[in-house]
Design a protein around this ligand. Sequence first.
Ligand code: HEC
Ligand code: HEC
Length: 238
Amino acid sequence: MNKRIARTSLALVVGAFLATGVGGTVVKGPLAAGPAVAEEKKKKHPGKRLYRRMTCIACHGRDGKRAIQDYPNLAGQNKKYLINQTMDIISGKRKGGMNAQNKPRAEAMRGSLVDPQGKVRVSKADIEQIADWLAGLEPAKPKPAADLKPEDVKAGAKLYKKKRCRTCHGKEGKKPLKGYPYIAGQKASYIFNQMVDVRDKKRANGKIKTMYTFVKKLKDEEIRQIAAYLSTIDRTKK
Ligand code: HEC
Ligand code: HEC
């Protein structure tokens, strides 16, 4: 209880600091209160606490933006999509291809949320709260891989147009159809893995089948180029 009070007062102090702006100049009017209040709400969101308690943070990092290339960014992703994928990974409907240890890539996530007797540790209501919090966060800044080549980015941009990805994912992967995932600024290795899984029909849960015809003829090299391109797009900019 005391801890909670302490945390709340700290948050209030931080909030007040944000409202005063840099260098202590007082920002007047509704603009000063708006962002600070919104920040305050995000901090107190029950989904944030659940995200930590359910150990999502261990793999997906603070605010769903961990730098590991094989792990997806979750911050700012579509809420419904987040709920559906989390449920499908838990139920085993989405397993993914093999990782370096020759285990299905989503198996570790499932293992940490389902005990050996098959009891699921996280409720649907908790997942909805977590997804609501994640969806409201600012998306990650792009973190292109260290060995990214500009010519791949260029080729990938061309392929993205030619293969009509924008029909469903929107211009630059920033404006998907309702309930579809944002793919702009996602990590290249993660995108590559997913597209290979989709092409090879290893990912078959949810609505992914609508994408099959668009990727079935893509070569690994082309997928790598598309992934390189998408990984450079900054979703925090319009
Ligand atoms: C042991 C590590 C681990 C833990 C713990 C974990 N995840 Fe994951 N998660 C992963 C990995 C790895 C993937 C990517 C799987 C793949 O490549 O197909 C993933 C994928 C996802 C996806 C799919 C994202 C997309 O763009 O399709 C969602 C949503 C997700 N995790 C949410 C959660 C939530 C919510 C929690 C906590 C309740 C959680 N994860 C806990 C490792 C983890
Ligand atoms: C006809 C619609 C459609 C087209 C065209 C399409 N996709 Fe998709 N894509 C989807 C849907 C729907 C999903 C999510 C499936 C789900 O909700 O289960 C998806 C998922 C993805 C994902 C996985 C996102 C994640 O976070 O795991 C990637 C990457 C992706 N698409 C890239 C592409 C690229 C690149 C192209 C062009 C070659 C493309 N898609 C064309 C509908 C489409």
